[in-house]
Design a protein around this ligand. Structure first.
Ligand code: SP5
Ligand code: ZN
Length: 361
């Protein structure tokens, strides 16, 4: 049977060509490449999915989640880099960070944006691997539009919609970007849903890496439940500093963040039990809308994570989520095995539709 849920697509993702990653000071090939989204599109089109073009949404939707400083920096970073002559001298064709204003540098006093173009990046970027090129901003902004378009489809009555977002977004906080992400499209969609429905929203992150940006954005919010199943950062995995089980929310948001870190090597049984636990938390929280940052890098074949989830595991996770019966926006995050990524997303979405049918029966 053809995939019924709408697939929101955005051609402008191709404008972001990461051009590599600075890994331990060495420029290595980029992993978050344009062919990822093209592979997903091909697999979903092959499953008979209806493709919907992303529609432009106002900047206010982005600014409801991210600081004006981050948006201003990212939207002008490439132009400033070029104007400073940095592509010629020293010959760096991507915006990269250099110094970082860590809290210990200023004894906790707030840092300020430095004067030098080459120093400004470190005020916003928290890793060296997330490079900005000529089309990065336009692509990231268009990915946010794709997630917002999917949210609109759900607000208009679709049981679910999938946004083929690229670049991904779940590592971006209010002020800082990293982890191959520039704007947190899933969080932007969640906030958009909150603003229009008023009701509690749940964000369940299946990407193999902890959704640290989304966690931080909603950490003190009781109305947005954030949950994430991911490889244990305590075992040495990105984002390293966040994603531990004792991060449960703060203030009024205490109890509205759930991290389920898994040991490297975890497979379907352990991962699906964690997904089921996240779903129980959504039921308990009482959210009436769901956003799923859907990375498929937990797959056994993925080069960027040590989790060992199978395609059948992703299908089952989709089924469990669909059976929740909540209007759902699925947003693409990671997934780096180019040969597998399309089939993994397709299996998850097919499982999701099976789950919807079960919930109705
Ligand atoms: C959206 C998403 O899945 N972001 C994950 C980014 C994690 N990157 C961590 C990179 C760790 C080092 N990998 C070595 C690659 C050498 N090119
Ligand atoms: Zn990931």
């Amino acid at each position: 049977m053809a995939l019924g849920l709408p697939v929101v697509w955005n051609d402008r993702h191709r404008l972001h060509e990461p051009g590599g990653e600075i890994w331990l000071g060495i420029r290595t090939p980029g992993t978050e490449v344009p062919t990822r989204a093209d592979a997903i599109r091909e697999a979903l089109a092959g499953a008979g999915a209806r493709l919907v073009d992303a529609e432009a949404h106002p900047d206010e939707a982005v600014l409801a989640v991210h600081s004006p400083g981050l948006v201003d920096f990212l939207s002008g970073a490439w132009a400033a880099w070029e104007a400073a002559g940095l592509p010629d001298d020293p010959g760096q064709d991507r915006v990269v960070p250099y110094v970082f204003p860590l809290p210990g540098v200023t004894s906790g006093r707030p840092a300020f944006e430095p004067a030098a173009t080459w120093a400004r990046t470190g005020f916003y970027a928290y890793d060296t691997m997330t490079l900005v090129g000529p089309g990065t901003w336009e692509a990231a902004r268009a990915a946010a539009d794709a997630a917002l378009t999917a949210a609109d489809l759900v607000l208009a009555g679709a049981p679910a919609a999938y946004a083929c977002c690229r670049p991904p977004g779940h590592h971006v906080t209010r002020d800082c970007y990293g982890g191959s992400c520039y704007l947190n499209s899933a969080a932007i969609a969640a906030q958009w849903l909150c603003d229009r429905r008023g009701g509690p929203v749940a964000v369940l992150d299946l990407d193999a890496h902890h959704g640290n940006g989304t966690q931080e954005l909603f950490y003190d919010r009781p109305d947005v439940l954030t949950g994430s199943v991911h490889v244990d950062p305590g075992a040495g995995w990105f984002p390293h500093f966040l994603g531990f089980a004792d991060e449960t929310g703060a203030g009024a948001g205490e109890g509205a963040n759930l991290n389920l870190p898994l040991a490297p090597g975890s497979g379907d049984d352990v991962w699906l039990a964690a997904v089921a636990r996240l779903i129980r938390a959504v039921r308990k929280h009482g959210a009436d809308l769901l956003v799923v940052p859907l990375g498929v890098d937990a797959a056994g074949s993925d080069p960027q994570s040590p989790l060992q989830v199978s395609k059948a595991g992703f299908r089952e996770a989709g089924r469990l989520l669909g059976a929740l019966g909540l209007p759902t926006v699925l947003v693409q995050e990671g997934g780096y095995d180019l040969a597998a990524i399309g089939g993994l997303v397709r299996a998850t979405l097919e499982g999701f539709e099976e789950g919807i049918e079960e919930a109705r029966a």
